[in-house]
Design a protein around this ligand. Structure first.
Ligand code: SAH
Ligand code: MG
Length: 203
């Protein structure tokens, strides 16, 4: 896998091994349909997924309201002051995201959808080869992401969920909860875990 940017220079929350796994599964998924991610932030995961989509000229829909999750807000653990828009008084990672896409030469592949996951999903009809969920970590947000997008994945397609911590001492449980929900639905089977990235296949 060769990326068009120095990935270490892209702000974000993704281990390189997780990024490579995203790339590999997205490569296979592009045979089935376009790819969609929820939670792009500054575009780190988008670069890996986008690189996979490039070879087949398949679209990658990158859904993010770019207002940050709970942990990115001022005063919170993962707040980045340089992504705060003093004019609106809100977080805004979209500028940085666009810059990453331009540097990675992915503007012809990635379709930014600057909206909340629920709004983006409202009239969605396009079947998807792969969905990557890495948005808000409240149970409400994670459930909404799962319910909004999992049903659009075609047979044989991939559902990837980030920040799975089987041990509650290591992290919040909402992503793990939707991972378990996907398995319990009978619609998905577990493929593997790569660090905190859970991978499932639509049966
Ligand atoms: N995938 C990124 C990290 C995503 S961080 C990486 O590789 O670095 C989580 C992102 O989800 C934030 O940018 C936040 O704005 C977005 N987000 C949180 N809740 C959301 C929602 N309900 N709809 C859309 N985006 C959301
Ligand atoms: Mg994450």
């Amino acid at each position: 896998m060769k990326l068009a940017v120095d990935i270490d220079s892209v702000k974000g929350f993704l281990d390189p091994a997780e990024g490579e796994a995203l790339f590999d599964y997205a490569c296979a998924a592009t045979e089935l349909g376009p790819v969609l991610e929820v939670g792009s932030y500054c575009g780190k995961s988008t670069v890996y997924l986008g690189e996979a989509c490039r070879s087949r000229c398949v679209s990658l829909y990158a859904v993010d309201h770019h207002r940050g999750s709970e942990e990115h807000q001022p005063g919170e653990e993962y707040h980045d002051e340089s992504l705060f828009d003093g004019h609106s008084g809100l977080m805004d990672s979209f500028r940085e995201f666009r810059q990453t896409m331009r540097e990675a030469d992915l503007e012809d592949i990635v379709v930014p959808v600057v909206a909340s996951s629920i709004v983006a999903a409202r009239n969605w009809r396009t079947p998807l080869g792969m969905v990557f969920i890495d948005g808000g970590h409240s149970l409400e947000a994670a459930l909404a992401d799962y319910r909004s997008w999992a049903g659009h994945i075609v047979q044989g397609g991939t559902l990837a969920i980030h920040d799975i911590f089987p041990d509650p001492a290591e992290g919040g449980q909402a992503p793990h909860d939707i991972f378990k929900l996907a398995l319990a639905s009978g619609l998905f089977e577990k493929v593997t875990l790569v660090k905190t990235l859970g991978l499932l296949r639509r049966i």
